[in-house]
Design a protein around this ligand. Structure first.
Ligand code: KIV
Ligand code: ZN
Length: 510
């Protein structure tokens, strides 16, 4: 088999900076651990200079991750490079990733710099980064719309300055596959010191071509590919990691390239990102969409039953989607539960397991059959521990289509029990109004969604709320067979996230 392709995951940087996908520190650590389990080569943990919170999360990820390179993004500015190094310096394999735009339009209108200044700045900052760190990546932002001759000149110079990886992004998702492949070949043919470095590609999905462009670039000689789980990212997103990996895996005959990703971790990774961000994966999304392995039509079902390969080009098992659908119920013991978690690819510490088993027992009392999706939902709810400033004690709602809804909500704040009553336009609005009065901080409800985890009247309802405070969005998640309870829990979860970030961390953990 040919060369190995390096998978550079930027879910925690390009993905996280996209609208509605922000994560708190605990969530980022959980994602980083999952990416290590997935065996990506590089985790771009964030943009250290962006805020103190970003700095802390890059640093914590650098400290805990042992089996992947950990990178921080940095503009080609001295303070960015210094801060990026401070954040990644304790990583086993640290990388500084610096960038500057090379297209005429970006240089003129965004940077207000001449070509000569950009070239000089790029070289100076790669040299500065190199003093700290042997592994330095340089990105020529908007490379696909840059003048190729100038691009070659910049790349040649930064390689001489010590860049170990040079990235050629299609920042605005404008390139077509043949054009992008031509650009990569052009770089290989016209940058004389190219063999001293690795070519990386980074594609956005504005025209729906991010994965196609990435694969075309691999065929043209790119070694590293930058991507995100579920394709989350700026605007239409980045190239989806799971699609690139499964293309390499399924069409080995064409690409003849390996990557070290454990494909069985693709589905759990996708579910984790979706649970944390509250951004649902569209059902028909390639590889990880809920319909990706469903065969509805009679002709297809008949074919698959006779021989799977009639309509299946990859197996659900290969991406970690469980096929043996063992169901659990109220008589299932801890052993069966633990076995199921293991089969689904989750390894939890004892404390997490105790908590989830307790939740499972409560759920099994209400629901005849507990499915894998239910178990997953419980895990994602418990796995991320948000310190609880407020905990729900109880609520009473009076509602109907001919009366104004009234909600009385009681919460615990440490040892104190607090209750408020409010009216609203329906039971959920009334409950949210009561909570607003209770917590006494201002924020707005940016988004609310409710969906059932599985089918059936006794299905678990999952509510995602997004609360906006200042410029930040806080995602809360609540689960219950009762949709009002799920809504109240999600609202409290998001409020707790706001309070934790503003330093009012008082309670236990959920
Ligand atoms: O899209 C882009 O150009 C980027 C760079 C910073 C790599 O995200
Ligand atoms: Zn990008």
């Amino acid at each position: 088999m040919g060369r190995e392709i390096k998978i550079f995951d930027t879910t925690l940087r390009d993905g996280e900076q996209s609208p509605g996908c922000s994560m708190n520190l605990e969530e980022k650590l959980e994602v980083a651990k999952q990416l290590e389990k997935l065996k990506v080569d590089v985790i771009e943990a964030g943009f250290a200079i962006a805020s103190p919170g970003d700095f802390t999360s890059v640093k914590r990820i650098a400290e805990i991750i042992k089996d992947c390179t950990v990178a921080s993004l940095a503009r080609a500015l001295p303070k960015d490079i210094d801060q990026a190094w401070e954040a990644v310096r304790y990583a086993k394999q640290p990388r500084i990733h610096t960038f500057i735009a090379t297209s005429d339009i970006h240089m003129e209108y965004k940077l207000k710099m001449t070509k000569e200044q950009v070239l000089e700045q790029a070289v100076a900052m790669v040299k500065r980064a190199k003093k700290y760190c042997s592994d330095v990546e340089f990105s020529a932002e908007d490379a696909s719309r840059s003048n190729p001759t100038f691009l070659y000149q910049v790349l040649q110079a930064v390689i001489d300055a010590g860049a170990t990886v040079i990235n050629i992004p299609d920042t605005v998702g404008y390139a077509t596959p043949s054009e992008y492949a031509r650009l990569i070949r052009g770089v290989r043919e016209n940058v004389s010191n190219i063999d001293k470095t690795q070519i990386s590609v980074h594609c956005h999905d504005d025209l729906g071509l991010a994965v196609a462009n990435t694969l075309a670039a691999i065929e043209a000689g790119a070694i590293q590919v930058e991507c995100t789980i579920n394709g989350i990212g700026e605007r239409a997103g980045n190239a989806a990691l799971e699609e690139i990996v499964m293309n390499l895996h399924t069409r080995k005959d064409i690409y003849q390239k390996e990557c070290r990703v454990d494909t069985k971790q693709l589905y759990p990774s996708s579910r984790l990102i979706s649970a944390i961000t509250g951004v649902q994966v569209q059902p028909n999304k390639a590889i990880v969409g809920s319909n990706a392995f469903a065969h509805e039509s009679g002709i297809h079902q008949h074919g698959v039953l006779a021989n799977k390969s009639t309509y299946e080009i990859m197996t659900p098992e290969s991406i970690g989607l469980a096929q043996n659908k063992m169901v659990l119920g109220k008589h299932s013991g801890r052993h069966a539960f633990e076995d199921r978690l293991q089969y689904l690819g989750y390894s939890l510490d004892k404390e997490q397991l105790d908590g989830i088993f307790e939740e499972f027992k409560k759920l099994a009392d209400k629901k005849k059959v507990v499915t894998d999706r239910d178990v997953e939902a419980l895990i994602h709810q418990k796995r991320i521990r948000t310190p609880q400033v407020y905990r729900l004690e109880r609520f009473v709602i009076n509602s109907g289509n001919t009366i104004t809804s009234t909600a009385a909500v009681q919460v615990r704040k440490q040892e104190e029990i607090i209750e408020e009553v409010a009216t609203g336009d329906g039971p959920i609005d009334a409950a949210f109004n009561a909570l607003d009065k209770l917590v006494g901080i201002t924020f707005t409800l940016d988004d609310y969604s409710l969906q059932s985890v599985t089918e059936g009247k006794d299905a678990l309802g999952e509510v995602i709320v997004k609360l906006k405070k200042g410029e930040n969005i806080y995602t809360g998640r609540g689960l219950s067979t009762d949709v009002i309870e799920a809504s109240v829990k999600a609202y409290i979860n998001a409020i707790n996230k706001i309070l934790n970030e503003s330093g009012t961390d008082e309670g236990g953990e959920s």
